[in-house]
Write a protein that binds this ligand. Structure first.
Ligand code: NAP
Length: 277
């Protein structure tokens, strides 16, 4: 089956392309690097010929509300238009567990709040649901690869302040596997939640990650600290009881990452640490 992966060069996209090919599918990565741009439409008509499924795991280069809104609205509208013309039978998109909740939360007075990013993801989901193409939206929890970014954004000198709310993060490998299973199945025309195999308190998750990488920062549980400038409560970040769970545990992932990059867990992939959601 021909499956076009929009954002197929990214963290999740590159893993997804590999997994789909391992299962015998014709998986085609598509992104500006390979001459396909969903913002301009460049390359879309050609790449979508004979495609049965399109998986959108692209991301906005900016998390500012206006930029992200413009990215997801324009890219999704273009994709839908070209998919309709090409006869694509299933549109799959990756979004974030709690997007609807995070989009509605009050932003704190923190200047870098990313509530706007979640409003943009919500707009993307709405366009998909309202189109006539059968779809599946995968809501994933925070990637393990993203832990250092959470720590960095919540740091004030050597102190990291985080609300002790629940989080159920997962490995990017598990995200890609879950998206791959959805992409090769029938469209569900709704949201499917996926999460990691264990829940943590947010402060404890980050503390474990930093400690493993011998990072000297101190993590403090602070109920008033938001999540990237958005107020969160106990269950804002965690999926419901029907979520499909990944297999990789955080401690094993830390050990594996340390051995595969050779410089400790603090050396998370650049693409992950630059991502703020
Ligand atoms: N971080 C988290 O914890 C988390 C949790 C749940 C869900 N998600 C969602 O996961 C998705 C993927 O995240 P990721 O970290 O894998 O992303 P990423 O590594 O930042 O990759 C982004 C991809 O988007 C592509 N792209 C950018 N602009 C494009 C355009 N105009 N046309 C086509 N492709 C374009 C990039 O292509 P180039 O390489 O060519 O620039 C790249 O392949 C996001 O939508 C995000 O909302 C993230």
């Amino acid at each position: 089956m021909k499956i076009v992966v929009i954002g197929g060069t990214g963290l999740i996209g590159s893993k997804l392309v590999t997994k789909l090919r391992e299962h015998g599918h014709e998986a085609i990565p598509a992104s500006p690097n390979s001459g396909v741009n969903t913002l301009t439409g460049e390359g879309l008509a050609d790449i979508l010929k004979r495609a049965a499924v399109v998986v959108d795991v692209s991301n906005s280069p900016s998390f500012d509300e206006e930029a992200a809104m413009s990215f997801f609205n324009t890219a999704t509208r273009n994709l839908i238009q070209y998919e309709l013309a090409a006869g694509v039978r299933h549109h799959v998109a990756l979004s974030v567990v709690g997007t609807d909740r995070l989009a509605q939360k009050q932003p704190s007075d923190w200047p870098k709040t990313i509530r706007g990013y979640f409003r943009a993801k919500l707009a993307q989901e709405k366009l998909i649901a309202e189109s006539s193409i059968p779809y599946s939206i995968v809501h994933a929890t925070q990637f393990f690869e993203f832990f250092k970014s959470i720590a960095d954004t919540s740091s004030d000198g050597t102190t990291v302040r985080l609300a002790p709310v629940l989080i159920q993060p997962m490995a990017a490998d598990d995200v890609a596997a879950a998206v791959g299973r959805v992409a090769t199945g029938a469209p569900v025309n709704e949201i499917i939640e996926v999460g990691g195999p264990e829940q943590f308190r947010l402060d404890e998750f980050i503390r474990q990650g930093l400690r493993f990488g011998n990072d000297p920062r101190t993590v403090v549980a602070d109920a008033t600290a938001g999540y990237f400038g958005v107020e969160v409560d106990e269950r804002t970040l965690v999926p419901g009881k029907d979520a499909r769970l990944g297999e990789v545990h955080f401690q094993n992932w830390l050990i594996h990452s340390a051995t595969s990059v050779g410089s400790g867990a603090a050396a998370t992939p650049a693409s992950a640490s630059a991502t703020a959601h």
